[in-house]
Ligand binder design. Structure first.
Ligand SMILES: Cc1ncc(COP(=O)(O)O)c(C=O)c1O
Length: 356
């Protein structure tokens, strides 16, 4: 007999393949991270903080929330900072749902939604995204029942990269005003698609965002929730006062003072690397899902051979299967030189299988 709730003991941990990844020895195209280090301003701010002998003091965040609100073009009262956007997702699901409620999570998608839903013992309804038609808006609307408490919309979705129409999000928000709508804008800087401007009109919308991806700071964990101020006050009742560590606050504050390094990187990935890689896949007639983010989910005939060949040359990508069980490779795009290197190694792998 376990000392814990039985459903918790029966669950499996979410264990993404993190070990052994080394940016000095690998080209990391497997976690949708930024592939280049952060700017000198950010590094210097962290060094200064350590040298200032304040590690013995609990964190305090000063004007960080206001700076993030200014960046996002909203009011400070509409923001809550979190320990990565994973914590925002967890807090929103805990705040909105109780055991046996229904949660609609269109899939395939990011694993943490299922993990948090399973911890709360929710019933998961999972309509399918498709490569051809994208987000299943009608199936989502049809799946709403009196037991539905939350709908997840990852915009753009991971691993598919699918961008969701703003009108589809607002239609769902209007059709289900008493149901929480979690809009995960983790890849916002790439897609530039947001509903942050309408959170006052639609108080059931809760947006999560992060500094893990474009800003290049997943190691120190900072995310934020954007929503109506009443929701933010309620969610703050759950988040602990020190859940965000001081390194995150220091680094992100410095990053927001000099955002050029992020903008330049986003421009290179979206305007140079991604079109080049898409053109390469098109030439070889390798199917892939249309993506609004910094990654492409591609379905070559021989994903294992390609993955192994890339790995043997220090390039890591992420195998991910679709709902039909067909294995694809989710490949993060980095700068243009890295993308040329990637293309060269994929070509090599295909020539060994005679598919090039
Ligand atoms: C769609 C999506 N949401 C959230 C996250 C988690 O990001 P964070 O590092 O902010 O917890 C990820 C990470 O891969 C993601 O793909």
């Amino acid at each position: 007999m376990s000392i814990f709730k039985s459903h918790i003991t029966r669950m499996s941990a979410y264990t993404p393949p993190l070990e052994g990844r080394d940016p000095h020895h690998h080209l990391l195209l497997d976690f949708n991270e930024r592939t280049l280090p952060v700017s000198e301003h950010v590094k210097q701010a962290l060094i200064n903080y350590i040298n200032d002998d304040r590690l013995q003091v609990y964190p305090s965040y000063g004007d960080l929330t206001r700076k993030i609100a200014d960046y996002a073009g909203i009011n400070e009262t509409q923001v809550m900072i979190t320990n990565g956007s994973d914590q925002g997702i967890d807090i929103i699901i805990r705040a909105a749902c109780t055991e046996d409620d229904e949660i609609i999570i269109p899939g395939p998608t990011f694993a943490m939604y299922h993990q948090c839903a399973n911890i709360e013992k929710l019933n998961i309804v999972e309509p399918d995204y498709t490569r051809e038609t994208g987000f299943p808006v009608n199936t989502v609307l049809a799946a709403i029942t009196p037991k539905t408490r939350l709908i997840v919309i990852a915009n753009p979705n991971n691993p598919s990269g699918t961008q969701i129409n703003r009108e589809d999000i607002l239609t769902i928000a209007r059709s289900a005003p008493d149901i929480a709508l979690l809009v995960d804008e983790c890849y916002f800087e790439y897609s530039q698609a947001t509903v942050a401007d309408v959170v006052m009109e639609y108080p059931n919308i809760l947006i999560t965002r992060t500094f893990s991806k474009t800003w290049g700071l997943p190691s120190i964990r900072l995310g934020y929730v954007i929503s109506h101020p009443d929701n933010i006050s309620a969610l703050l009742n759950i988040r602990g006062p020190y859940d965000v560590n001081q390194f995150a606050a220091v680094a992100i504050s410095a990053a927001l003072d000099h955002p050029e390094y992020t903008h330049q990187y986003v421009r290179e990935v979206m305007e140079e690397s991604k079109p080049l890689f898409e053109q390469f896949l098109d030439q070889l007639a390798i199917p892939f899902w249309p993506s609004a983010a910094n990654f492409i989910w591609a379905f070559p005939d021989n994903p294992d051979v390609i993955e192994q060949h890339l790995r043997s040359h220090g390039i890591l990508v992420r195998p991910k299967s679709d709902q039909a069980g067909r294995k694809g490779l989710r490949i993060t795009l980095g700068d243009i030189a890295q993308t040329r290197q990637l293309i060269h190694r994929v070509q090599e792998a295909l020539s060994t299988t005679g598919d090039a």
